[in-house]
Design a protein around this ligand. Sequence first.
Ligand code: SF4
Length: 372
Amino acid sequence: MFRIKRLLIEAAAQDDPLAVQVRQRLAHLPTEIIPDRETLRIAAPLTPTAIAQGKETLLLARQKGPFWRPCPGTRGYICCGYQILQVMTNCPMDCSYCVLQGYFNLPAITVFTNWQDLWSELEERLDANPKTVYRLGTGEFGDSLAMDELLGLNRELICRINRWPQIILEIKTKWARVEPLLPLGPNPQVIFAWSLNPPRLIRQEEHLAATLAGRLSAAQKCAAAGFRLAFHFDPLIYYPGWEPEYQDVVAQLFTAVPADRIAWISLGALRFMPSLKSIIRGRFPGSRIAEEEFVTALDGKKRYFKTLRLEMFSRLRQFITAQSPNTFIYLCMESPWVWQQVFGFSPTSRELAAMLDAQAMLYRQTDRSTPN
Ligand code: SF4
């Protein structure tokens, strides 16, 4: 399983069924029971060595807070209202720009094992709000698919959300192995979503992630099995010659999958906390992405100048609509001004969430079978 070399298990988690299952499957790894994950916590930001070790260490622990958390959003930017199930933090892949490198102070991929509490939380929340549409996912603080063959989380979630037709599960990933989940289709409540970038960027910046061809082939298999798809051009990264290469990715995308299987496509430009710059320089000395010109935005993050963001979003929008005029496109965490310039209108966060919810439900009304 990737480069995982060490398994740590919090004492309180060791009898949870998931912990027992993972321990059996990783029986060849050195395993240590630790009293509490707090003993591992070190001052943030982690050193490059600690970040690298964290990618090779799997920690099984108990979620002490709620699993379900709304996406935190950012004041001044328009948020899509995605709901996060925090079942894991960190990720075995190693993208140079990954904000998680500067975010956590635990040098491990942490998986929370008390799923009984997760199911109870879901039941309580969803039974109490049977008419509210929720777009749920596990891909905000890690990758939704990369650890799935070990954990089996998506299979469990897909089978359980069946009883709440107002739930959409968006599985966000840069991974390509979807075969174990294909027999669960057709299922319009499930959207497989890939983050896309040109092959050159994938090679240089998205270490251990699937190739573009691998992601599009996986998407094709999911569409054929009767799942819906989404794509996230996020982060869009500027480099000399970006335009034809992104245009080519868009063309490949619409060659690979039928446009009517795509629930939405998002656009989001590279953004990161200032402390990430030294982490990128230290861990990925060949990367140039943090050396461009940035401004410090309202949320304290570094972003491209808005003229450049505007240019990139407008061009991507043109590339997409040229292939498929009706595909729903939105901006991730952008300002009302940028929305206005790109689309000619600017929704509130609540309005954007409602638009995506409507999009999700529209597909449900028309889509219960495997496509031809
Ligand atoms: S796949 Fe996502 S979570 Fe994993 S390293 Fe890359 S950006 Fe971070």
